[in-house]
Write a protein that binds this ligand. Structure first.
Ligand SMILES: [Zn+2]
Ligand SMILES: [Zn+2]
Length: 334
């Protein structure tokens, strides 16, 4: 009986794995299609907004630049998510850049002495990452790097692939989600009176260039997408506040169980408290970039080069999980 169960669960696992591989192949091949579709959808939404809703907004001297700023952030962050390398292990070493789109660091940060591989680290304990060999591409990689099955390479602080998100573009990914939430809510909140006009409830003629049906479809899409992306953004922000990537959130769940089985508590050594974790992720606050850099689509260096990590005082590694108990990329696939 037990062997039958084991056999059938093995089959279920294999089936899942096959489906996952198929999903990977489809996602990998359809990546450019998804990207084009997203740009077309967001672009249509923006055109509809500026054609129908924006001319009727109050205080246009204030609301017009604000709306333009949201649109600018939306497109630029998406562009960066798709074009900035997430931090592949074989990328050439990252050097601090400057230019029109690069934010300037705080004066205090500019004065502080840069440590090897870590730009701003005053008041934070930074320790060198442990190295391990990837058993898929055989490269040596620092902790928090994982192998992306679609890119077939190891990525620094790998989060997920859709497109590939890691250390160097994760900030753009999260800000894109947040600006998408804001944009969808603006569309839904300021557009509802036009929905009634488009449906013919009032005897007002539809005087806009966009057809009413297109406006209605975009409105429904904004409402549904707005809710879905809110959940996604909230989940990511919670992960950031807990100092966990999507991969680590799953791993830590497993480590918690292992530690609990021994009567111990699992402690994530990257967790410096919600506020500090968020500050380090967005690289703002003391010794980072000014907070207002979040309002513009600037390029910002991460606080680390991915070879050193900020840790809780006194912890060299996670508490509650022993050496050799860490999950490998294969085990994470299940
Ligand atoms: Zn690898
Ligand atoms: Zn990838």
């Amino acid at each position: 009986m037990a062997s039958t169960t084991a056999c059938s669960s093995g089959r279920v696992f294999r089936c899942f794995k096959w489906l996952e591989r198929l999903g990977d192949r489809v996602t990998g091949a359809a990546g450019p299609v998804f990207v084009t579709l997203a740009v077309v959808m967001i672009g249509t939404g923006v055109v509809c907004f500026f054609d129908v809703i924006q001319p009727g907004l109050p205080f246009r001297w204030l609301t017009t630049p604000l709306c333009l700023l949201i649109v600018f952030n939306l497109f630029m962050h998406y562009y960066y998510v798709c074009t900035v390398s997430p931090g592949f292990i074989d990328d050439p070493p990252h050097t601090p850049k400057s230019g029109l789109m690069w934010a300037r660091k705080r004066k205090s940060a500019a004065r502080s002495k840069p440590l090897t591989g870590v730009r701003w680290s005053d008041g934070t304990t930074i320790t060198k990452a442990t190295m391990s060999k990837c058993n898929k591409c055989a490269t040596w990689r620092p902790e928090r790097a994982h192998h992306c099955r679609i890119c077939k390479k190891c990525v620094l602080k790998y989060d997920h692939h859709c497109p590939c998100v890691g250390l160097h573009n994760e900030r753009h990914f999260v800000l894109f989600l947040l600006y998408l939430v804001v944009a969808s809510y603006c569309f839904v909140a300021f557009g509802w009176t036009y929905v009634l006009t488009a449906l013919g409830w009032f005897d007002i003629p539809w005087l806009h260039r966009s057809p009413p049906i297109a406006f209605l479809l975009i409105y429904i899409l904004s409402a549904v997408l707005g809710l879905a992306v809110t959940v996604m953004a909230a989940w990511h922000l919670w992960g950031i506040a807990c100092a966990e990537t999507s991969v680590e959130a799953q791993d830590h769940e497993h480590y918690r169980k292992v530690a609990k089985g021994r009567g111990e508590d699992f402690v994530n050594s990257y967790d410096l408290g919600k506020r500090k974790n968020l500050e380090l992720f967005f690289n703002v606050g003391k010794d980072g970039y000014p907070l207002w850099t979040l309002l513009f689509p600037f390029r910002v260096e991460p606080y680390t080069d991915g070879h050193s990590w900020a840790r809780t005082q006194g912890l060299e590694r996670h508490k509650g999980v022993r050496i050799g108990e860490e999950l490998t990329d294969e085990e994470e696939e299940y």
